[in-house]
Design a protein around this ligand. Structure first.
Ligand SMILES: Cc1cc2nc3c(=O)[nH]c(=O)nc-3n(C[C@H](O)[C@H](O)[C@H](O)COP(=O)(O)O)c2cc1C
Length: 139
């Protein structure tokens, strides 16, 4: 499958995984470390690390609950990872990135609530963002 995609796409290739089934008989992050090594060898650039939603299971979701999966895969498979799931503030994102727990963060629902989240996060971190030209007069 990855080879087929690479035949027609030469840009960066990200693969989203579900790193834990949260089920006693399910897949775990250790299984995904091995899969991630193979995907890297096939030319995947980044593993986007989510979890759950494969089989019915109870998930204890709290801020950053999936980040340890991204961190483990990054360290053990030596591949770039993206962290996602209940990441909602600039400081939280900065902690993940600056401590090398993941190479990227992804934001889902917080961007639905606040489409200007990147600006909010930059303000929180004291970073000046440059406005895209059409926005300058309202910046
Ligand atoms: C409207 C919506 C659609 C989504 N669709 C998908 C999807 O098709 N595939 C997927 O892997 N995750 C999907 N997700 C999950 C998000 O990519 C993300 O992993 C999840 O919302 C947790 O991150 P968050 O706490 O920042 O929202 C979706 C989430 C939302 C809110």
């Amino acid at each position: 499958m990855i080879e087929a995609v690479k035949e027609v796409w030469s840009g960066p290739l990200f693969v989203r995984i579900s790193a834990s089934d949260y089920h006693p008989d399910g897949l775990t992050v250790n299984d995904y470390v091995e899969y991630a090594k193979r995907m890297k060898a096939q030319g995947v650039d980044l593993i986007d690390v989510s979890s759950g939603a494969v089989v019915p299971a109870k998930i204890d979701a709290y801020p950053g609950y999936q980040v340890p999966f991204a961190e483990t895969i990054r360290r053990e498979a030596n591949v770039a990872t993206g962290a996602v799931g209940l990441i909602t503030s600039g400081r939280q994102a900065e902690e993940i990135l600056r401590n090398n727990r993941a190479d990227l963060i992804f934001i889902g629902r917080e961007l639905l609530r606040n489409p200007y989240w990147p600006k909010t996060a930059a303000n929180e971190l004291g970073i000046q963002l440059e406005a895209p030209k059409p926005y300058v007069r309202g910046w």
